[in-house]
Design a protein around this ligand. Structure first.
Ligand SMILES: [Zn+2]
Length: 123
């Protein structure tokens, strides 16, 4: 069991999952930008670098595969994993939640790719 999530109430946990689910199609769109950027020789965009990194790791990203994975993205409460790592790399990397402060709403961060997602109730 993940002890970090035991203090989170059910509504918060479900909202996190809902917020992350919305990110999967955005990560798919981003992957497509990356694929197109690379194909057009624009290798220095953020999205292109992500796709190039996946290729170097032996995980070539195609539009079709990224779309399939985006549709299959299914985070569950206590097992929230990074949408970008899933869509681009096909890897389940657990997200770390950073609780909200006065200055900033709650976010979920991925240590593997550096993505950060807003998961607050009013996000
Ligand atoms: Zn990630």
């Amino acid at each position: 069991m993940n002890t970090r999530s035991t203090s989170v109430d059910r509504a918060t946990a479900e909202h996190r999952v809902a917020a992350l689910l919305k990110q999967a199609p955005l990560e798919f769109a981003r992957a497509v930008y990356g694929i197109n950027d690379l194909a057009a020789g624009r290798a220095d965009t953020m999205a292109a670098r992500e796709v190039a990194r996946a290729q170097r790791q032996g995980m070539p990203v195609t539009e079709e595969r990224a779309e399939q994975r985006a549709r299959a993205y299914l985070p569950t409460v206590g097992q929230e994993h990074c949408p970008r790592c899933w869509v681009v790399y096909g890897q389940k990397i657990p997200l770390r939640f950073r609780q909200s402060t006065v200055e900033r709403p709650e976010t979920a961060a991925c240590h593997a790719c550096g993505a950060e997602y807003a998961t607050a109730q009013d996000a």
